[in-house]
Every structure is written in C-alpha cells, then in structure tokens.
Design a binder for this molecule. Structure first.
Ligand code: FAD
Length: 602
C-alpha cells in the first residue's frame, strides 16, 4: 500500500480528516485540485455563530484544527445572543480569508506523516469481491493505493455555477469542477442527489459610502475559540449595516424570469435558512426591507462581502439592485454573486462512523454528505479521520451521543434521518442543548480526544487545572455570606452576577472572566442541567442496547413490513437510533428492544 489513508479534497472537512489521521500517526496523502485553495472560505469568511461556534469548540476539544486557524486570523469577534440564556450564546468571528487559507496550507505542509498532492480524483480503486475501497485514481492517471479513503468534495463534485443566463462547470467561481467521481460513486451503487447554494457579490471598499450605513464593531474582549489560547489581543475591523428597499425589490421582481432558479435551470434544493435575495423578495412580498451586512474579507483586501444579497441573477441586474441600496449607490462589483449546484451523497448510506455501508474503508465527510457550512464540514472531517484511525487500529469507532455534543446530533441526524436539502446545525436540533454549552466542550470531549490519541497531554492538564480553579471559586462562594445569605445561594438569583459579588469576595478578581462566566452559568442553570441529565440518561439507556451491523430483521417476529424495510435501509446500530428513524413504529421499536435484550442475555 502506498498510504494508510488518502483524503480527497482539502476544504474544511479534508483538512481536519488529514490532520487527524496523520497526527494519530498514520501515513496520509491529501489530494486536492488546487494547493492554493486549501481551507478556502468559499462564502462568508466568518467562523462560528449559534451552535456552529459550539461545534468549533468541540472540534478543538477533540484535538482538531479549526479553532486555532480562526483564533490566529480573526479580524472581528462577537459573542452572539449575549443578553439571552447561555445555551443559545455562541462566539462568531470574521476571518481574514487570505491569512486563514495560508495558515491552513502551512499547517498541513508542516505536519508529520502528511503528504500533499495537487490532482483531481476521478475514480476509486475497489476490490469488488470484498466490497472494499483500496485507493484512488486521478485525472492525470495516477493510481494510488491506501487502506482507507475519505471523500470530501464540497461543492465541486460535478459542480456547475450559474449567473443569470451564464453557466459553467465550476465548483466555485473561477475553479474547475471535479468531474468523474460522482459518476464513479453512482456506478458503485451509491444514491446521489443535487443540491445548490449561493453567494453574494464582493464590492470594492473604495466605492462605498459608509456615512450612509450603520457601523457594527466587535466586542471589546475576544474569548478565544481554542481552549489552548488564554487571550487574544488584536485590533478589530468594523462591519456595516444597510438595508434593501422597495426599489431593490422592484428591480428583482421585474427580472425574476432571468434567474436560473426561477427559470428551472437549477434543479438542486438550496438552503432555506440562507435564501438568496430573490428568494426572500418572492417568498416574503410583505417585507419592505431586508438587512445587509457589509463585511470586510480581510485586512489586506478591498473586497467587501454583501451578506444578505446572495443571488444568481444576471450581472446587469445585480448591478442595478445593489446600486439601489443606501451606501452602495456607486458600488463597483469585483466578483459577481453566483449559485452553485453539485452532487451530494444521501447520508443514510453511511454508518455513524461516517464509513459507507456499501464499501468498507470508504468514508465520506463534509458538504458531500448534504451539509452546508464550514463548521459542519470540519467536524465531520475530524470524526471521519478519527474513525479511519480507529478502524486501522481495529478498535471500535468513536460515536458521540446526542446528549454529548452538537457533533453527535449532526451525524446522528444525517445518518438516521438523512437530508434532502442543505443541512445546517441549529441550537433547536439539540434536545439537550443546556448540556452542550460552548464553554463546556473541553469537559465533555477532551478526555475522549486524548484517549484516541489526538488531544494532547497539555490539553488534558489544562482541563484539570480549569476544574481545580472552578472548585476553588465554588469553595469561595460556599464559604462567604452576602446579605446574610450564602453567596452560592445568592448567585442562583437572576439579578446577582459573579462580578457583583467581587466587592465582597475580593479573591474572585484573581480569576479570568471566562472562568467566572463558566461558574456563573454552572450555578444559575444547575437545576435545568440536572433535569436534562436525567432525561439524557433515559435516552442513553436506549443507545446502550446495541444492534449488530449485519442483524437479520426476519428474526424478530411481528415486525411490520414498513418498519422492517426502514430498519434494513438504515441499519441502526442501537435501539436508540432505531427509534429515531422516521416511519419506524414505536410498537416495533419495543419488539426489537425485547428481542435484543433477550439476545444479549438481559
Ligand atoms: C457559492 C457558495 C456559497 C456558499 N454559501 C454558503 C452559505 O451561505 N452558508 C454556509 O454555511 N456555507 C456556504 N457555502 C458552503 C461552504 O463553503 C461549505 O459548506 C464548506 O466550504 C464545505 O467544506 P467542505 O470541506 O465540505 O468542502 P469545500 O470547502 O468545498 O472544499 C472541497 C475541496 O475539495 C477539493 N476537491 C473536490 N473534489 C475533488 C476531487 N475529486 N479531487 C481532488 N480534490 C477535490 C476542492 O477543490 C476543494 O478544495 C457556500 C459555498 C459556495 C461555493
């Protein structure tokens, strides 16, 4: 074998997969179409946000890379939803897109056991008798063998971009599509579909009138994404806010027939939470304006991203509607908005390890599995990489639970329920979101990351140190009285904060702001968290009853044929997962549970 593993594509999923496998010690090849596009931020150069910020911190806790990349290259930072409950707060940062990409490349280049190679994978080498993947074939004719392959093709697999009447075989504007692998996967028996996404125009900073827009600054304090960084001190860049108006909407309505979406040229489904401006105008005719964030793409660039004006209308129409917006009257378009349509693999064809059910040693991650977003891609890449290593070590896959991590929720949703439109993570998808706060990701996952050989010993030591500091703060609170009430009890009251107690318990000022905020959240929400933990425990009992991969459902007498068909298609690995398959009856889950308990001798 040439390599232990090959990762196809160096986007956000590919980087994490390749770094994880090589860091655990296996010889890895990362094949990608263009070495200068490693870790490119295709759309908005921003990392994090609601539930996505939590995912970045989970990736970091397990030993992944994304948090380091954004901490080093951010140009604006904000905690979203600061005034709301801790379960829905999350960090978000605007990246310098050029530095992000350069650092991602440098990190991969300097990683031991990792080789980089510029080429396009057009086919997979397979052992059809054993139903195993054994390598890749490239466009320039290289056959490279490996014990495992991770496919992360993003928006490039049979990609096509659209700008009004214009279309081209590209995965991003100006970048060739990856043609071949989609047909190859179809030939192997996989079911593939088409999805689409879009991006707004980038306009020249020097052509904008900022006096007509509202400035939005970053937070004063930057709390790093990575648990390894104590603080980040950096000058931040502002963003601006403006709005579309009646004139903008009129121009769009008049030209809607020229949109490839409305004209029927694009068949793939787009993300409903991130619609194009023409979608918003047509779907919400009563709205008289839509918000537009004008965001810098980097400190060394004049390109400004028009967040909220994603479109696939022709360029003359884009020019006209952009110029109708206040502050953008003289905007010069540097890159037009466009839509891209690409092949994705229906993710119910994967186990929760992200290995395919049809072919052994083939793992799929990122946008190829129907998701949208850098963070969603990165976490899948990381988990696929980890599970390649678990497989090579002949150990059980690492599967995170829904009550343990957003990553667990995302992968379980994909492989159990599947998706027909670009899947994005939301806090509301997580039943136990109070347990999945971004500031507890290290407590939930670092030990696991260490055990599988990825998170460092220093990370584990840092966690121990943090725990002991938390204990010290708790002890300080328990041993002090405030207005004749125990300080710990007082802190449970909504109006009392840890900072307000600092005058009376001066030792509290020795601790960092993020540690104090963690303790405050722990204390204030302890009751809710306990309740969720009890619910999660019940839920986890169902997860613990395992079902073998090759289980014959004929053995369970009385199963309805509809449930049997669904179970045979998804091949759940636990009773818990079986219970979440849509269309499987509760009575059938009960039958299966009784059977499995008896079979396991319980
Ligand atoms: C126009 C556009 C708009 C978007 N809009 C949004 C949005 O609004 N919101 C959002 O959250 N996300 C958006 N995204 C999606 C975001 O870019 C992706 O979710 C994220 O980049 C996915 O990461 P990935 O690693 O799966 O794939 P990508 O970042 O796409 O990376 C894939 C990499 O693999 C390489 N590659 C592909 N096939 C092969 C092959 N066969 N051989 C070798 N190399 C290969 C490619 O060259 C590329 O470098 C948008 C993307 C685009 C292009």
């Amino acid at each position: 074998m040439d390599y232990d593993a090959i990762v196809v594509g160096a986007g956000h999923a590919g980087i994490e997969a390749a770094l994880a496998i090589s860091r655990i010690g296996f010889n890895t090849l990362l094949v990608t179409q263009n070495l200068d596009a490693i870790g490119r931020l295709s759309c908005n150069p921003a990392i994090g946000g609601l539930s996505k910020g939590n995912i970045v911190r989970e990736v970091d806790a397990l030993g992944g890379e994304m948090a380091h990349l954004i901490d080093s290259t951010l140009i604006q930072y904000r905690i979203l939803n600061r005034k709301r409950g801790p379960a829905v707060q999350a960090p978000r940062a605007q990246a310098d897109k050029f530095s992000y990409c350069r650092l991602a490349k440098e990190t991969c280049e300097n990683q031991n056991h990792l080789d980089l190679f510029m080429d396009t994978v057009v086919d997979l080498l397979v052992d059809d008798k054993e139903k195993k993947v054994v390598g890749v074939k490239t466009k320039r004719g290289h056959n490279i063998s490996a014990k495992a392959v991770v496919v992360t093709t993003g928006t490039f697999m049979e990609g096509r971009i659209f700008i009004g009447e214009f279309d081209a075989q590209e995965g991003r504007l100006g970048e060739e599509a990856a043609i071949g692998l989609g047909s190859s996967l179809r030939r192997m028996g996989f079911q593939l579909g088409r999805l689409k996404t879009g991006t707004p125009a980038r306009v020249d900073f020097n052509s904008l009138d900022f006096d007509k827009m509202e400035m939005q600054k970053g937070d004063d304090t930057i709390y790093p994404f990575s648990f390894a960084n104590d603080k980040i001190e950096k000058e931040q860049m502002p963003c601006w806010i403006t709005y579309s108006n009646d004139k903008t909407h009129e121009i769009i309505r008049e030209n809607i027939k020229r949109s490839p979406l409305f004209g029927g040229k694009i068949s793939g489904k787009g993300p409903r939470y991130c619609p194009s401006i023409e979608d918003k105008v047509m779907r919400f005719p009563d709205r008289d304006r839509h918000q537009v964030f004008v965001e810098p793409e980097g400190s060394g660039s004049c390109e400004m991203y028009l967040n909220g004006l994603s479109s696939s209308l022709p360029e003359d129409v884009q020019n006209a509607f952009i110029h109708s917006v206040e502050g953008l009257e003289k905007a010069k378009i540097m890159r037009p908005a466009y839509a891209v349509e690409y092949d994705f693999v229906f993710p119910t064809q994967l186990y929760a390890s992200l290995e395919t059910k049809l072919y052994e040693n083939l793992f799929i991650a990122g946008q190829t599995n129907g998701t949208s977003g850098y963070e969603e891609a990165a976490c899948q890449g990381l988990m696929a990489g980890i599970n390649v290593c678990q497989k090579l070590k002949r150990e059980e896959p690492l599967i995170l639970g829904r009550s343990e991590a957003y990553i667990g929720v995302l992968i379980d949703d994909l492989v159990t329920k599947g998706t027909k439109e670009p899947y994005r993570m939301f806090t509301s998808r997580a039943e136990y979101r109070l347990n999945l706060r971004h500031d507890t990701a290290d407590e939930r996952l670092t030990k696991k990351g260490f055990e599988i050989g990825l998170a460092s010993k220093e990370a584990l030591e840092r966690l121990d140190e943090k725990r002991s500091k938390v204990d010290t703060v708790m002890a300080l609170l328990s041993s002090h009285k405030v207005n004749s009430q125990n300080a710990l009890e007082a802190l449970r009251r909504p109006e009392v904060t840890l900072s307000s107690l600092e005058n009376e318990i001066t030792d509290l000022s020795n601790f960092s702001e993020d540690l104090k905020s963690l303790v405050e959240n722990n204390v204030k929400y302890a009751g809710y968290v306990k309740r969720q933990e009890r619910q999660a425990e019940k839920f986890n009992n169902m997860e613990k009853i395992k079902i073998p991969k090759d289980f014959d459902y004929e053995k369970v007498k009385g199963l309805s044929s509809e449930s049997k068909e669904k179970l045979e298609a998804i091949l759940p690995l636990s009773i818990g997962q079986a219970s979440r398959i849509s269309g499987v009856r509760t009575s059938d889950v009960a039958l299966l549970m009784v059977y499995m308990r008896r079979r396991n001798g319980k």
